[in-house]
Design a protein around this ligand. Sequence first.
Ligand code: BGC
Length: 438
Amino acid sequence: MRYVLLIASVAALGGLLFGYDTGVISGAILFINKDFALSTRETEFTISVVLLGCILGAAFSGYVADRLGRRSTLLVAGVLFFVGALVSAFSVSEPVLLAGRFVVGVGIGFSSVVAPLYISEVAPANIRGALVSLYQFAITIGILAAYIVDYVLAADGAWRWMLGYGVVPAIVLLAGMTFLPESPRFRFKIGRDERAIKDLHHIYNDLVAEAEEVRSIRESLSLPRAGLVAFKAPALRTALFIGVSLAVLQQVTGINAVIYYGPQIFQMAGISSATNSIFSESLVGTVNCLMTLVAIFFVDRIGRKPLLYIGLAGMFAALMCLGIAFMQPHPAGMLGAIALFSMMVYVGSFAFSLGPIVWILISEIFPLPVRGLGMSLSTLANWVGNFLVAQFFLTMIEVLGRPGTFFVYAALCIVTVAFVRAMVPETKRELLERVRVT
Ligand code: BGC
């Protein structure tokens, strides 16, 4: 147990870097803007270039992970995080900064595919959900750490330090990964059965469970060819449809409108001072972090689908409340309080449902020969959704109005519930290779 927990924790550092490096720009941009005298266009691009890197990284990571292995891919991600953070921190001009952020993005893209994949492949079935939720927990800690670092360094406008601090978790990830073993499933895939069995032995104390796991892995490896053509098979096509849809739904229900634009939403609700709005956002970040613990404790007990239903109901109610609140005038301070409360309920509900469980499910539904590829395509879709929401949130507000924007996200929560009911299998405590999508 301690061994598995250690492996999962180090891999989850990939999540911490994901959270830190996507969250940190929200505060840093206020100062980068001034130093490099950026136009609005350039500002937007400085924020979103990291997401373009993520898309590229996610697109290639599955291929790399299925060839080089899960561990080596995470090591590559660690190097990219390290180099990207240094280049960003020391950038002498805007193009250099963009290059640094892009490299960081590729690192995030890599680790967002491979960290949950690696964790789910080393985890015993009965705690797999909890261990992948640990990855989501690390993302939320990363986001919160970024808000705090931004807050503390804001007085000096020290954006280079804000971006530069990303090297610290990168070094820890690199150091940790050098000691960790390759995923036993990947070893089976490349024919290193003996070593793989030895590793599984560390993970399972129970010989019967271990034998069952080995049998299911071998069966799954006997499936026909890997590669994109494999997705022509109906069962795999369905798995891909589920993976991609879930990944997109996780984004289009609006989470990153709140994570990236939270302070701006608070300002729209009348919390006008920058300090108060950033402080309110830190409260939201704290709720995000703490509520992920609910998933860690319950996702293998209650199951994936019930938690998704409860969480989506909470997200829906909170978004409706926020939308309705923006429809009418309120006494001073009231709207701000409602906004803060709604956003805490919204993010808290996401944190134990759609947040972790999408990562869990997409690491579970693909059979071993195409697991890396399937995850990579789903994660790619996740980053495209992320990019679109981030890019168009302010435009949506302009075109649809504040209530309209939040109502659209609320409606998409309903679509997600219907999708989960119709398509998503319950995978709680199922052996990884026994998960079936049809
Ligand atoms: C999502 C991210 C989001 C984060 C918030 C993750 O599961 O993929 O897009 O920023 O949760 O905690």
